[in-house]
Design a protein around this ligand. Structure first.
Ligand code: NOJ
Length: 558
């Protein structure tokens, strides 16, 4: 194992304590990024082999989705051991080498922490199953007696996020609660051992040089369930309750006590480790609590991801989130794509379908039929325009692997090859999230388009070849070239976390200027509009005789 003392400590990549405030963070889904050993599954050595690519892209940090030992009941978000690497993905030595290589290239490293639930293969859960009712081992999870004479009925009719019941019997009259898949039992955050163990996990990765953490479903950890033996509320009763701090399952005020303890760990390092909360809560105001300086420090803002490609919606969301960030002392975050939602090039290329579309869910994709309805060209043009706008905004931008290649969602994965529990538990309603997790195309040929030497764990469609990194490398107008140019310019132009809206004379055109004159103009409409005065630095698509066409963004220096 690498001697920890040999690892670069706070080097150029990590010494500025405010690096995260306006960082461009690139999300890597490790199993689908690059496979160095040809087993079809991406791995840590694969990431290390692509550090030059990441450096040339111009990002400030990578965020790695879980790479821990996992049976992949939920793409790695079912963690069997929080302080190790899945053998299919590598070793702790590989991890150390990867961190050293990324730091050497000036790239920070953020890892995913999944504290709401473990895998059912975690040693604690095995202990809980072997231990009797009422034992300390069961107290680390949420066990309750079933109803009926022998506990044969669930303690409540709650449904899980991936569909199906949320209570699972263990054969002795007791049942355990799982918000997500049945293989993801929820932890009991009232249990001091659970709290202590996560502090240990945070120190473990911080000691290995990790710069920050992304906290999975940060709003779900603490719960307020009636004591064992007392009746639980029904699903209908739960749904009727407001999610404003006192709900028994979501966004409880007492969850922030957990993060105060985490902040003490983060701040015991120099520079302090950072964190960003994934918190799908009722309002932007509630979300800001997760970004508090005493807690996690930053929270994902998914508002643009949920919005239509619409000037008024974008302006309202940007204004509100910048104000909230200023009030909380944090910086805001922007994101259009991640491993849970349909890629934004496809979302923008399909007809709007109301609320189904807003959450990036896949039910509309299934129902609409991607090949029949998807306008790939228009979708990608709008996605490029949206991203260029995003990268000019104050705050951090979170980019998802493959969006820099202009990838669309892969909709036509055969049923037999799907992996997402959403598909299995909700069959026929949701096709799940595999379509945004298909391994990246690096070259136009090869058994998995340069991803590895063998076939990839999810099938790549033929059209992926056109999007390969090698095909786009150095090509003027390619999406990869656009991302590289934008990230390079963003770094040079980055300035105070403020913007001023400019009058555009059209409800379909948004323009804003940063304090140093860096100006971004987006035409959300369909007719070309004149550009404001200034030197054109970059555009997301070709101009039309000097005018800005619909679905296009331009950056100017004014
Ligand atoms: C949010 C993660 O982003 C998602 O992929 C996962 O399925 C759930 N949390 C459960 O961990």
């Amino acid at each position: 194992m690498t001697d920890l003392l040999d690892l670069p400590a706070a080097d150029g990549a990590t010494s500025d304590p405010t690096w995260w405030r306006q960082a461009a963070v690139y999300q890597i889904y490790p199993r689908s990024f690059a496979d160095s050993d040809g087993d079809g599954i991406g791995n840590l050595r694969g990431i290390t082999s692509r550090v030059d690519y990441l450096a040339a892209l111009g990002i400030d940090a990578v965020w790695l989705s879980p790479f821990y030992p996992s049976a992949l009941a939920d793409g790695g978000y079912d963690v069997a051991d929080y302080r190790d690497v899945d053998p299919k993905i590598g070793t702790l030595d590989d991890f150390d080498e990867m961190v050293a290589a990324l730091h050497g290239a000036g790239i920070h490293v953020v890892v995913d922490i999944v504290p709401n639930h473990t895998s059912n293969l975690h040693a604690w859960f095995a202990e809980a199953l072997a231990a009797p009712k009422g034992s300390p081992a069961r107290d680390r999870y949420l066990f309750r007696d079933g109803l009926g004479e022998h506990g044969e009925l669930p303690p409540a009719d709650w449904t899980s996020t991936f569909g199906g019941p949320a209570w699972e019997p263990v054969g002795d009259g007791q049942w355990y609660f799982h918000h997500f898949a049945v293989e993801q039992p929820d932890l009991n955050w009232d249990n001091p051992e659970v709290r202590e163990d996560f502090l240990r996990t945070l120190r473990f990765w911080s000691d290995r040089g990790v710069d920050g953490f992304r906290i999975d479903v940060a709003h779900m950890l603490t719960k307020d369930l009636p004591a064992p033996g007392e009746p639980l509320p029904s699903q209908a009763e739960l749904e009727a309750l407001p999610r404003d701090g006192q709900h028994p399952l979501f966004d409880r005020d007492d969850v922030h006590d957990v993060y105060v303890g985490w902040r003490e760990v983060f701040d015991s390092y120099d520079p302090p480790r950072t964190a960003v909360a994934e918190a799908w809560v009722g309002s932007a105001e509630r979300r800001a609590r997760y970004a508090s300086r005493d807690g996690l420090g930053q929270a994902f803002n998914f508002d643009l991801l949920e919005a239509d490609f619409d000037a008024a919606q974008f302006r309202r969301i940007i204004t509100a989130n910048l104000a909230l960030a200023a009030a909380s002392g944090s910086s805001t975050t922007w994101v259009f794509s991640n491993h849970d939602v349909v890629r934004h090039a496809s979302r923008y290329g399909l007809p709007p379908r109301g609320d189904d579309r807003r959450k990036g869910g896949t039910d509309w994709l299934l129902a609409g039929g991607p090949e029949s309805d998807l306008d790939r060209e228009a979708g990608l043009a709008k996605a490029r325009a949206a991203t260029l706008l995003e990268l000019a905004l104050p705050g951090s931008s979170y980019l998802y692997q493959g969006e820099e290649l202009g990838l669309h969602e892969v909709a036509d994965i055969p049923d037999g090859e799907r992996q997402d529990p959403t598909f299995f538990r909700n069959r026929g309603v949701e096709i799940g999230r595999d379509g945004c997790r298909v391994p990246l195309p690096w070259t136009a040929d090869g058994p998995s388009l340069g991803f590895g030497d063998g076939p990839s764990h999810l099938p790549q469609p033929a059209w992926f070849a056109e999007h390969a990194a090698a095909v786009q490398d150095g090509v003027e107008g390619s999406t990869l070239t656009l991302y590289r140019s934008a990230l390079d310019l963003r770094r040079k132009l980055q300035t105070a976390e403020e913007l001023e809206w400019l009058e555009t004379g059209s409800p379909d055109v948004l323009a804003f200027r940063r304090p140093n004159g860096w100006t971004s103009v987006t035409n959300f409409g369909s007719d070309a509009v004149p550009l404001p005065d200034g030197e054109v630095l970059l555009t997301s698509g070709p101009l039309a005789d000097g005018a800005l066409p619909g679905g296009t963004t331009a950056w100017l220096q004014s």
